[in-house]
Design a protein around this ligand. Structure first.
Ligand SMILES: C[S@@+](CC[C@H](N)C(=O)[O-])C[C@H]1O[C@@H](n2cnc3c(N)ncnc32)[C@H](O)[C@@H]1O
Length: 326
């Protein structure tokens, strides 16, 4: 049951336009055969847009179709596919030191947002996928966190929330890598800057552009990356392949193949989902942070806070300078 906009009775507070009132809507037309977005690549689609502070009616949110499409079709699998907890203490610690309110960019199903709200912090979550937000909303309701969580449907490269006093903004688990150009990344950092209070912190978690990883060649063959069971006993194999690597733009295009097997072990159906990620080098990221008005950048290779060495993760934590240059 999706939450209602501004719901006081039971639902978490949800902003972002009428689309939330429909049952688990997709922003993206679902082509026959279950392939989403593959043949529609770079088209723009309209979703509702977060535009609280302007007082205007929500305007259509135009985002590249592929960006929304990626998570439309596997939002229901996401938490089973990403049963990752290693990064949660890192964000708990950071948020605990910064205090409320905290903004999670690309919050998805609430994998990180829910434990933070459960620890007593006030959280705002923003995501471009209504289906991911619908899963998050159910978690908020199940855990009784409606008073502490506000969800927004919007693009992290172009959002404008009423609150501009966040102590911490973060994008966990490589979400920032979904911004596929330098311009989009800079726009996101500038929006984050505009929403943080002076001395607020921004944390981003990217994959380190490890030369070994970047040497991987595109392939026709899918490799099994994950196996998990659905609550009804069906088994899912998640396979993955690198489709193309555009070295000029630093974007790698993947396909995830979900194979769903019934309880007798027969392939019941399969679904291909495109995912594109832009990698960044540390200096490049620091340059962008500087241009957006962030200072005191610390870089780590893991969630234990070991210094960045070009392997593992590229986690950065920066402080919002009081004013932005230029
Ligand atoms: C890998 S998931 C991470 C979700 C969550 N942060 C976590 O750690 O589990 C990436 C998320 O980024 C969201 N996303 C991708 N592009 C976005 C954008 N431009 N603005 C907001 N959310 C975006 C997707 O919808 C998806 O929920």
């Amino acid at each position: 049951m999706p939450g209602r906009r501004g719901s006081a009775a039971g639902g978490c507070r949800v902003h972002g336009g009428r689309a939330q009132d429909r049952p688990v809507p997709d922003c993206v037309p679902r082509p026959k055969g279950g392939l989403v977005g593959l043949e529609q690549g770079g088209r723009l689609v309209a979703c509702s847009q977060v535009r609280e502070s302007s007082g205007l009616a929500p305007a259509p949110l135009l985002v590249p179709l592929a960006r929304v499409a990626s998570y439309v079709d596997f939002a229901e699998y996401y938490d089973l596919d990403h049963a990752i907890v290693e990064d949660i203490p890192f964000y708990l610690d950071l948020a605990g030191r910064q205090g409320s309110p905290v903004l999670e960019l690309a919050c998805g199903t609430g994998r990180v947002l829910l434990p933070l709200a459960g620890a007593g912090l006030d959280l705002h979550g923003l995501d471009v996928s209504e289906n991911m937000l619908a899963v998050c909303r159910r978690g908020v309701e199940r855990l009784g966190l409606s008073e502490r969580v506000t969800l927004h449907h919007g693009d992290m490269a172009g959002f404008d929330l009423a609150r501009k006093d966040f102590t911490l903004a973060f994008a966990a688990l490589r979400s920032f890598m979904h911004l596929l150009s330098r311009a989009e990344q800079l726009a996101c950092l500038q929006r984050a800057h505009a929403h943080l209070r002076p001395d607020g912190r921004l944390a981003l978690d990217l994959i380190a552009p490890d030369p070994v990883r970047l040497a991987q060649r595109p392939s026709e063959r899918f490799e099994v990356r994950r196996e998990f069971n659905l609550p009804d006993g069906r088994r899912v194999l998640r396979k993955q392949r690198l489709v193309a690597h555009d070295r000029a733009t630093q974007v790698r295009h993947f396909e995830f193949l979900f194979e769903v097997y019934d309880r007798e072990g027969h392939l019941a159906h399969e679904r291909v989902v495109p995912i594109s990620l832009r990698y960044s080098f540390r200096d490049e990221l620091e340059g962008l942070l500087d241009a957006a008005g962030f200072v005191d950048v610390a870089a780590f290779r893991d969630y234990e806070g070991h210094p960045y060495d070009g392997t593992g993760e590229l986690i950065v934590v920066a402080r919002r300078a009081a004013t932005r240059r230029g």
